[in-house]
Design a binder for this molecule. Structure first.
Ligand SMILES: Cc1cc2nc3c(=O)[nH]c(=O)nc-3n(C[C@H](O)[C@H](O)[C@H](O)COP(=O)(O)OP(=O)(O)OC[C@H]3O[C@@H](n4cnc5c(N)ncnc54)[C@H](O)[C@@H]3O)c2cc1C
Length: 411
């Protein structure tokens, strides 16, 4: 059995040295005297996702201060997060970091980053706070088994490194392999099957090949045979599509897309602001008469994209507006407002990805983040069936759930 530095104190074990684990540890240790807070991390690296997050800049939260609006950014967990965010909101996150000496800045799209533009600033904050409050950090300690004891929890009971705690916080993050959750399943919890969220789309034989890097700011995209649709920017990539609207669709459609084995159809309206495309095309026909259709981009679309659209509508490059038949204009209108693409797979979005699914939220008391099934067991972060879209929302739920768990343990 391993000995803790202060064996007589209340012992709190935190499984996972990531965002939620460190936040909870610092909160408990800074408030509650006479307790030993220990972070157990399976790898030799601490806060490894924080390091690579936001392209190495760490998008710590989003300056969305209206909680009703904020929760709309969570495809899973929005209902439960409402009360959580009333207790620890993005404004609290900003104050929390600033009180620890971390200067933050809000970018035009509301994403909040350290002023240094470097995730190391956040890592250094956690490491210096841990030192200040004597948090014990044990690296290379994978928790493989947990035994519920009379006093609390015995971790890795059959190893010479077994440690007993009075209370534990589960902050082991997410993973799309269901086996990852077996520790808590063994303690009586159920999980919502985990699947990937926040990914980009692949297309075999991309009809927009050669247009990589072109984006359209205000498009609308629908997942066929579902009620899911998103508006926003779409970026054409080598493999298929990326951009904010695609990532949002991947988040809200994560489960359906998984069920369809990442083979599904999307319909893109490149001009959602245009009410009647057919009458707009007729107007163009009467105004442009002898001009070649493909020679001048319309509706503010990037020129090469417009040219490709005319090719796809089988409009000869010399065809003039006045010569355009009804059928040709109809084909063009379909491509402009109801462009169908068969998605054949997904790809990692390097800036951020998360797991949809995890610990069943019905089994948790969100006032305390304590398990309703196993007393003394608390949860925080991505291990829960909670996930957000990109923009700092995933860290915000990690900080907020960790805050509530920490406050309740500290009572
Ligand atoms: C590339 C990338 C970029 C991202 N960028 C952003 C961003 O800018 N903004 C944002 O809001 N979100 C971002 N996210 C999402 C965000 O990183 C996660 O939602 C967040 O880290 C979740 O925190 P967590 O503490 O729950 O889990 P994690 O940060 O994953 O930490 C869990 C820790 O537990 C450890 N662990 C697991 N199992 C065990 C075990 N059995 N025993 C001991 N230790 C264990 C793991 O090794 C890990 O260190 C990004 C994610 C990725 C992958």
């Amino acid at each position: 059995m391993m000995k803790l530095k202060n064996p007589d104190n209340l012992r709190i074990g935190i499984i996972g040295g990531g965002a939620a684990g460190f936040f909870a540890a610092v909160e408990i240790a800074s408030i509650k005297t006479g307790c030993s807070v220990v972070i157990l991390e399976k790898s030799d690296k601490l806060l490894s996702k924080v390091k690579i997050s936001g392209g190495g800049r760490c998008n710590v939260t989003n300056a969305c201060f209206d909680i009703n609006e904020l929760v709309k950014n969570y495809p899973r967990g929005s209902k439960e997060l409402k009360s959580v965010f009333h207790r620890f909101s993005p404004a609290d996150t900003i104050n929390w970091y600033e009180s620890k000496g971390v200067k933050l800045k809000t970018e035009r799209d509301n994403r909040v980053f350290p002023e240094s533009n470097n995730s190391e600033t956040i890592i250094n904050c956690f490491l210096s706070q841990s030192k200040k409050y004597n948090i014990e950090i044990i690296k290379n300690y994978p928790v493989k088994e947990i035994e519920k004891t009379e006093k609390g929890f015995l971790l890795n009971p059959f190893s010479k490194f077994a440690i007993e705690f009075d209370k534990i916080i589960f902050a082991q993050g997410g993973n799309s392999n269901p086996d990852f959750y077996k520790l808590v399943v063994n303690l009586g919890h159920s999980i919502v099957p985990p699947v990937s969220s926040l990914f980009t789309f692949n297309i075999d034989h991309h009809p927009l090949k050669g247009l990589e890097g072109i984006s359209v700011d205000d498009a609308e995209i629908k997942l066929k045979d579902s009620k899911i649709s998103e508006k926003g920017a779409i970026l054409i990539t080598h493999q298929g599509f990326s951009g904010p609207a695609i990532l949002k669709l991947s988040a809200f459609g994560a489960r359906i897309m998984n069920e369809r084995k990442y083979n599904f159809t999307i319909n893109i309206n490149w001009l959602p602001h245009i009410k009647n495309i057919n009458s707009e095309l007729q107007k163009l026909k009467s105004v442009n008469k002898n001009k070649k259709i493909s020679a001048h981009s319309q509706f503010g679309l990037p020129f090469r994209l417009w040219q490709r659209f005319t090719e796809l509508a089988k409009i000869n490059e010399d065809l003039k507006w006045t010569e355009a038949s009804k059928e040709k204009l109809y084909s063009l209108s379909e491509i402009l407002v109801n462009c169908v693409f068969g998605i054949t797979g997904k790809n990692i979005f390097k800036e951020e990805f998360v797991t949809a699914g995890g610990i069943n939220l019905k089994e948790i008391d969100f006032k305390t983040m304590e398990s309703k099934i196993c007393k003394g067991l608390y949860f925080a972060g991505e291990v829960l069936d909670i996930d957000g879209i990109t923009g700092g929302f995933n860290f915000q739920s990690a900080w907020s759930t960790a805050f509530i768990a920490a406050r309740n343990i500290s009572i």
